[in-house]
Ligand binder design. Structure first.
Ligand code: PLP
Length: 389
């Protein structure tokens, strides 16, 4: 009999696969399910990006392995660095500090393989994006949860990390604008984080795929705009969320040149890079589609107001977060998050992500995503009014 490798034993089933299975099963049984569970924009990718993909797909030069340049297409790396300098005041060297990825999820995984050793301790926020812990385990290391609480604006309190843990930690995974809580970081917090990482020689994996999705005067913030960050940090970013390109699988890692070279070494021994036509499409996104990003912000802004108004009108206190397209809501009367999510599904046929899936400190919350059409979101809000109003 075959047995899978023991390194997989700690890894739970991937949350969103489970949620997708649940949704598909209910749909197959004829239930009109509305999913507010997954962050996957429904609007199409902007036209200029699709046109560039089609043009490049017709060019036979792009049908060959995209491996001429180990870190990804030089023209795309240059465009990424121009975007970072112009939009976030962050200087990145396209030759040594930028690596093109098959989405930022891939980057988080390669970061662990590139930067931590078996048995190492890796700090990870709790609640945190469910992709981090499996990557840490697969690298043979052990995650150490750093709590994020509402009292602290869902920013980790670095002073509360025990001294012996800080001393032995090799890396720290975190992301702002934050999935799942919607919190945004401040430059002051990032400066403290960089100082903490420099003091303890900790490699920071700063995952920033929601950098542009901010509201109420919050400004897009890259850790690479903070002095000294490149000594310790890699920032991951992605085309998935701002350009409605989740299915295209295109992202980038930028920052500390040693870490970028190590990630490129892992990557070049794992896959053969991103289809060149998709990389050309990425250049078109950065050059031509900033206005479409602004338009999506208006759309999400409208939807988060609709949800907040609806919930407040039925007595479920809700303050929309400053970043991301998620709402992180305390369950009514502090109910158990999985039970409450199950109740929403049974009574209103609405699927949400239970907070406990993001870690121990996610208990007592649910996460709701705004990546659904306006019509369906309105129907979901009607169902909430009828069920809980
Ligand atoms: N990191 C965070 C915090 C995310 O929320 C997501 C997707 O939801 C990802 C990474 C994965 O993004 P990508 O599509 O770029 O792999």
């Amino acid at each position: 009999m075959l047995r899978k490798a023991t390194r997989l034993e700690k890894i739970p089933p991937y949350l969103f696969m489970e949620l997708r299975n649940k949704i598909n099963k209910a749909k197959a049984a004829g239930v009109d399910v509305i999913s507010l569970a997954i962050g996957d924009p429904v609007e199409p990718t902007p036209g200029p990006i699709i046109e560039e993909l089609c043009r490049a797909a017709h060019d036979p030069a792009n049908h060959r392995y995209p491996t001429d340049e180990e870190k990804g297409m030089a023209a795309l790396r240059r465009e990424v660095c121009r975007w970072y300098a112009g939009r976030y005041a962050a200087q990145v060297n396209p030759e040594t500090e930028c690596l093109i990825l098959i989405g930022s999820k891939e980057g988080g995984h390669h970061f662990a393989l590139a930067m931590v050793n078996p048995g190492d301790t890796v700090l990870v926020t709790d609640p945190g994006y469910p992709g981090y812990r499996p990557s840490i385990w697969l690298a043979g290391a052990e995650p150490y949860p750093v709590p994020m609480t509402a009292e602290n604006g869902f920013l980790p309190d670095l002073r509360k990390i025990p001294a012996d843990v800080a001393r032995k930690a090799k890396a720290f995974y975190l992301n702002y604008p934050n999935n799942p809580t919607g919190a945004v970081a401040t430059p002051e917090f990032l400066a403290q984080l960089v100082a903490f990482a420099r003091e303890h020689s900790i490699a920071i994996c700063y995952d920033n795929p929601y950098i542009d999705i901010v509201f109420d005067g919050a400004r897009p913030l890259s850790i690479l705009s903070i002095a000294g960050a490149k000594d310790v940090a890699v920032e991951l970013n992605s085309f998935s969320k701002p350009f409605n390109m989740c299915g295209w699988r295109l992202g980038m890692a930028m920052g500390n040149p040693t870490a970028i070279a190590a990630m490129a070494q892992v990557k070049s021994n794992t896959d053969s890079g991103v289809f060149n036509a998709v990389q050309y499409a990425g250049i078109a996104a950065l050059k031509l589609c900033a206005p479409e990003v602004e338009e999506m912000l208006r759309v999400y802004g409208r939807r988060r107001r609709l949800v907040a108004d609806t919930l407040n009108s039925i007595g479920w206190k809700c303050a929309p977060p400053k970043g991301t397209f998620y709402l992180w809501l305390p369950t009514p009367d502090g109910r158990n998050s999985a039970d409450f999510a199950a109740q929403l599904f049974e009574r209103a046929h609405i699927v949400v992500a239970p907070g406990s899936a993001y870690g121990k400190f996610g208990e007592g919350y649910i996460r709701l995503s705004l990546t659904i059409t306006d019509d369906r979101l309105e129907q979901a809000m009607d169902r909430l009014r009828k069920t809980f109003g």
